[in-house]
Design a protein around this ligand. Structure first.
Ligand SMILES: Nc1ncnc2c1ncn2[C@@H]1O[C@H](COP(=O)(O)OP(=O)(O)OP(=O)(O)O)[C@@H](O)[C@H]1O
Ligand SMILES: [Mg+2]
Length: 330
């Protein structure tokens, strides 16, 4: 079963869209099948993926109004990365939605048939806690707060947390508050340091160790309609989002399944091939894993890091989706 995750904070300009786009892109590159849902009528996610939102024939609005089918609306940016786009026309629908029956369940119901089609469904929320954000939370298994140091975070988080408790009590019992990711960090400034401290104090087990630094490339990538991995793969932005996704993946079911699949596959290979693959993995440890190893010369971490790199290589040799699909078909 796929995972549906909302990236949310009602404050504008914190990096929700940038985080959703780059997380979706990296997951898709790693062989997961991903649907990115643009819940914001500003259409920033769709634009960031390179689509001209003014000229889109059909959008999420048509799905909400049941005027079009999923397949007529979804944009296939690559085999693994699909997008449900949005644009300003959705604003008019928000008023209609407030009057409609089961108005909080529309997104959940329209995504339900696709939960098994995609490994991950990532939702980019608008900067408010209106009906569209509620729809996102009701459709999600979990949500991640995206916080930039530009404001006093706890003030914005409080109403969001209350909304979460209400949704969990009344609309979606299984919703989980998964984590907090900090973006646009510049730890040369006191303010960034201060905000990180506050977040650590309030969310000791939820704050992602990885933070996203301030990076001009991330801004440029969005205006070029590209992910950071397409636009500038060796930039800080690319490094940080890769680290974030690796951390995000560690306890996710699709990642566990993929890991088990490669473990089995690896064990069946001849010994010399195994050795060759492990040597290659050692030489190609990702920056993230290298930095963790620099911090702690620790055997279990090394083993875990090697498995991760080994699996990335196996992914290239035996694409997970093709193989797991053909195994299912047998
Ligand atoms: N780490 C970063 N460093 C520098 N610029 C960034 C970074 N992350 C995002 N930006 C830029 O900051 C602006 C706001 O980011 P983004 O659109 O992702 O925020 P948002 O939370 O989705 O905003 P909104 O609430 O309006 O939807 C964009 O121009 C984006 O390119
Ligand atoms: Mg946005």
């Amino acid at each position: 079963m796929g995972q549906t995750v909302s990236f949310i904070i009602q404050k504008g300009g914190c990096g929700k869209t940038t985080t959703t786009v780059n997380t979706a892109s990296y997951l898709a590159e790693q062989g997961y099948k991903v649907l990115a849902v643009d819940m914001d009528p500003q259409g920033n996610l769709s634009q960031h993926f390179g689509y001209d939102t003014d000229s889109l024939e059909y959008t999420l609005l048509h799905l909400f109004l049941k005027k079009k089918e999923f397949d007529e609306v979804v944009l296939k940016r690559s085999d693994n990365l699909h997008i449900l786009p949005n644009n300003i026309e959705m604003v008019s629908a928000e008023f209609t939605l407030y009057k409609s029956f089961s108005r909080e369940y529309i997104l959940r119901d329209l995504l339900a048939p696709y939960n098994n089609v995609y490994d991950f469904i990532l939702i980019d929320c608008p900067p408010n806690l209106g009906i569209l954000s509620l729809n996102a939370l009701v459709a999600s298994k979990e949500f991640i707060l995206v916080v930039s140091p530009e404001f006093f975070p706890m003030r914005a988080i409080k109403p969001l947390y209350e909304t979460y408790l209400m949704v969990k009590a009344k609309l979606n019992r299984t919703l989980k508050f998964k984590g907090v990711v900090m973006t646009m960090c510049d730890f040369r400034t006191k303010h960034s340091q201060e905000v990180r401290k506050i977040l650590k104090r309030n969310f000791p087990h939820k704050l992602y160790q990885t933070y996203i630094r301030n990076s001009v490339s991330l801004k440029e990538a969005s205006s070029h309609g590209k992910s950071i991995f397409e636009y500038h793969p060796s930039s800080n932005g690319s490094f940080d989002y890769q680290n974030f996704v690796e951390e995000f993946l560690r306890d996710h079911e699709p990642a566990q399944k993929k890991k088990a699949f490669y473990e089995e596959h690896f064990q069946q290979l001849p010994v010399d091939e195994k050795t060759e693959i492990l040597d290659f993995a050692k030489q190609n440890l990702s920056n993230y894993n290298r930095s963790r190893l620099d911090e702690e010369e620790d055997e279990p971490i090394l083993r875990e890091a090697l498995i991760l790199e080994r699996n990335k290589l196996l992914e290239k040799l035996f694409p997970y989706r093709e193989h797991s699909m053909s195994a299912k078909g047998k």
